[in-house]
Design a protein around this ligand. Structure first.
Ligand code: F3S
Length: 293
C-alpha cells in the first residue's frame, strides 16, 4: 500500500509569515496578544498559549487590553497586539492605535491587496461584491475596508439574484480561500448581466494549488485523509473537494481523531492538509499510516 502526500499541502506563505511574527515577538519578552486566534488550528494556538500568547476576541477585550496600556509604567511594558493573516476591519485597527497598543500587522499581503482594492472601489463610488463566506473573519475584515455599499454572496443563486444599487458600478472580489470553480461560475453570471467592468480574481494561488492537487490525489486514492482545524474554511473546502472524488475521505484535526479501518484492497492512501496545518502534524499522520497499515 502506498501513502502519498498531495503536492501542495500545509502552511501557506501568509500563515507561516504570521506565525513567524508571533515567535519573533515572543523573543522580545513583552506581553503578546493576537487579535483572534493566529490561525484556525487549535494545536498551534495551544502551543502559543503555553508560551504566554493571549488571544483577544473582539473590541471589548481590546478595551481591557487598553487598560493594561494605561497601567504600564514604561514603553517596554506596553502590550503588543498582532493582527493575524486574515486581517481586520479598518475600524479595529484604528481602535488598537487609538488605545495606544503597539500594533503589528501580520495581515497576509494578498489579503491586504484586497483591502486596498475595495477601499479604492469605495472611494470611486462602486458597489463592492465579495464572493465568500459572510461569517468568515477575512470577509468581515474586507467588508470593513469598504466605504460604500458592500454585498457578500456565497452561491451562484445569490449571484443570479443580485442587483447593484442604481447607477453604481460593481467591483467583484473574492475571499482568498473561495472555491475556484464557484468563483468562475459567479463571474460568468456577472458577465451575462453586464457587471463585468471590475472583476478581480483574488483567490490565493496557495488555495488554488492546494485544491487542485488535493482533487488530483483524491481522484486516484482509495482513501483520503484531510488534516485541518475545525474552523479552517480552506481545510473544510479541501474535505468537500476530496469527498466528491473519493468516497472514503476522513477529516481530522490531529492523529487522535483518526480511526482508520482499511480494507485489504486499499492500494493508495492520500493525505492533504489545509493552509493552517503545521508540518509536524502532517508528518505524524503520514508516519502513523505508513507504519500501521
Ligand atoms: Fe495569504 Fe493565501 Fe495563505 S492569502 S494567508 S498565502 S492562503
Amino acid at each position: 500500500m502506498e501513502v502519498k502526500l498531495a503536492e501542495c499541502a500545509g502552511f501557506c506563505f501568509g500563515v507561516k509569515r504570521a506565525i513567524d511574527t508571533v515567535y519573533e515577538q515572543i523573543e522580545t519578552g513583552k506581553t503578546i496578544y493576537t487579535y483572534g486566534p493566529i490561525v484556525h488550528n487549535e494545536e498551534v494556538v495551544r502551543e502559543l498559549e503555553e508560551k504566554g500568547v493571549r488571544v483577544i476576541e473582539g473590541h471589548e477585550e481590546l478595551a481591557e487590553c487598553a487598560a493594561e496600556v494605561r497601567k504600564a509604567a514604561d514603553e517596554t511594558a506596553r502590550p503588543t497586539v498582532i493582527i493575524r493573516a486574515h486581517g481586520v476591519p479598518r475600524e479595529t485597527q484604528e481602535l488598537m492605535e487609538q488605545n495606544g497598543l503597539e500594533c503589528i500587522d501580520a495581515t497576509c499581503p494578498f489579503v491586504k491587496r484586497i483591502h486596498r482594492i475595495v477601499e479604492k472601489a469605495g472611494e470611486q463610488g462602486m458597489q463592492v461584491v465579495i464572493a465568500g463566506n459572510p461569517g468568515h473573519p477575512e470577509v468581515e475584515g474586507i467588508r470593513g475596508w469598504c466605504s460604500g455599499p458592500v454585498t457578500v454572496i456565497e452561491t451562484e443563486e445569490e449571484a443570479e439574484r443580485f442587483t447593484p444599487e442604481e447607477g453604481r458600478q460593481v467591483c467583484l472580489v473574492s475571499q482568498t480561500t473561495f472555491n475556484y470553480n464557484k468563483f468562475q461560475s459567479i463571474v460568468e453570471i456577472f458577465r451575462k448581466k453586464g457587471y463585468n467592468d471590475n472583476i478581480v480574481s483574488t483567490i490565493c494561488n496557495a488555495t488554488e494549488e492546494r485544491q487542485r492537487s488535493a482533487q488530483a490525489l483524491a481522484a486516484e486514492a482509495d482513501v483520503m485523509i484531510v488534516i485541518g482545524g475545525r474552523h479552517s474554511s480552506n481545510s473544510r473546502k479541501l474535505y468537500e473537494i476530496c469527498s466528491r472524488e473519493c468516497a472514503h475521505t476522513y477529516f481530522i484535526q490531529t492523529l487522535d481523531d483518526l480511526h482508520l479501518e482499511l480494507p485489504k484492497a486499499v492500494r493508495l492512501v492520500g493525505i492533504t492538509a489545509g493552509a493552517s496545518t503545521p508540518n509536524n502534524l502532517i508528518e505524524e499522520v503520514q508516519n502513523y499510516v505508513r507504519i500501521n497499515f
